[in-house]
Structure formats: C-alpha cells, structure tokens
Design a protein around this ligand. Structure first.
Ligand code: SF4
Length: 235
C-alpha cells in the first residue's frame, strides 16, 4: 500500500453542502477513517467495502484529474472519505503535480478537502490559494472517539490553511460543542446542517436547525445530495 491511496469510489456530482453548494465537482472518496461516528453516512468508506476499494498511485490520480480538466467543465475536486488526511502526503503530491501541470491559468482546478479536522496539515501544497478545507468536527454525541476541541480550532487558525467549519446538529447537547469549538472562527464560516440519512429525516429536522442558525448567526446548509438522491450512493 505504500505510495498509494486506497480509493472507495470516484464520481461526478454537485457539492451538496456548505459554501460551494451546487458546484459541479469530482468526488474522490478514500477508504479508511480514524473516527467511527454512530450516524456516519459513508460507512462503506471505513467499516466495510475495503475489498472493493482500489489502490491508486499519485500519478494515476493526477492523470485522471488532468483528463477531467481537459474533457469537462468541472473545476472542483473533492477529497472525501473516510478521512482523506490519513493520506495527506499523497494528496499533497497530487495537488502539487496538478498545479504544476496547469501553470498560470485563469481558472485553476480547485481542491476541497473534507476532513474531521483531527489531522492538521503541514505540507506546503495545502496552503495554496486553490485549496479549501471543509472541517467537520464531531460532537461527543457522535460517539466517534474524537478529541477535537476549541484548542484544535485555534491550531487550525494559527497554522493558516483556508477552512470553514461544518457541523451536523444531531442532539440538543451538540449545541454546546458547536458554540465552544467554533469560538475562534467568524460566524459566517460556521455551517450547521441537520443529521439524517434520508430525505425525509433531513427535511423533518431542517426547521429546527434553521431556527438555531438564526439565533446564533451561523449559516444553515442543506444536504442537497440527500434531498435529491435520498440515500443513494455515488451521488
Ligand atoms: S469522520 Fe466522517 S467518515 Fe469518519 S466516521 Fe465520522 S462521519 Fe464517517
């Protein structure tokens, strides 16, 4: 496995959450996670499905992304999981090689890295202007084994990569966690969404999350991929 990234799936879709909602994107879902959230909607990327996952080299992923750049209008690559930062060195290499192959162009390929935030980046490539981290810290109620707290957020701020925070609001006690952990970040960059694995679940909880966002100045984000495709995978 050394030198390769274990990939659960790759697919074209739109970004369904957060500030880039609706943006045509190419999702690259790695296999493996350092947490185990009770309500995880991607268990095929860590709890099972390892046999179906494929090992890919950095060069093969770079070729794939450059082909996508030439043949489509997709300009956003989303590394998701699982936890992409388990492969941080390889992903940094992919970003570096893609950037080197597309020098000086007006609209570069952008990269979003969806992470639980436990592994803080060091590689130079993660500090480029076309890289954005979507951090989703896990509240204690997720029973995930997370150690994320306000000091972790502060460390992200001081380290300096571009990021926003995205929380799943599941239980009432999650609010205290969200408010504490998001302290060092401007409220507009704090996105909150309802927990749910199906369209019906997400929609039924949305009203309460909207009210919460209004009261705190946070930004509500829907989960459009669930609203549109329910619990279908590869969407
Ligand atoms: S961190 Fe993300 S991928 Fe990992 S178990 Fe939690 S929700 Fe699932």
């Amino acid at each position: 496995m050394a030198g390769k990234i274990r990939i659960t799936e790759k697919f074209k879709t739109i970004q369904g959450e957060g500030p880039l909602l609706g943006r045509p994107s190419y999702f690259i879902r790695v296999w493996g996670c350092n947490l185990h959230c009770s309500w995880c909607d991607s268990k095929h990327s860590w709890e099972f499905g390892m046999k179906e996952a494929k090992l890919e080299t950095v060069d093969s992923l770079v070729e794939d992304i450059l082909r996508l750049y030439d043949e489509t209008n997709i300009r956003n690559i989303v590394f998701t999981g699982g936890e992409p930062m388990l492969f941080k060195d390889k992903i940094a290499e992919v970003i570096g090689k893609v950037n080197d192959s597309l020098p000086g162009i007006l609209i570069p390929m952008n990269f979003t890295i969806e992470s639980n935030g436990e592994i803080i980046p060091e590689n130079d490539e993660f500090f480029m202007s076309n890289v954005l981290f979507s951090l989703s810290p896990k509240a204690p109620s997720a029973d995930a084994g997370s150690t994320f707290n306000v000091n972790t957020t502060q460390e992200w701020v001081e380290r300096g990569p571009a990021f926003y925070l995205k929380f799943v609001l599941d239980k009432e006690e999650d609010k205290e966690f969200i408010e504490s952990v998001s302290g060092p970040v401007v409220k507009e960059l704090v996105f909150v969404m309802p927990e749910g694995l199906t369209t019906q679940e997400v929609l039924s909880k949305s009203d309460a999350v909207v009210e919460y966002c209004i009261s705190k100045g946070f930004t509500f984000t829907p989960r459009e991929h669930i609203n549109i495709w329910n619990d279908e995978k590869k969407k």
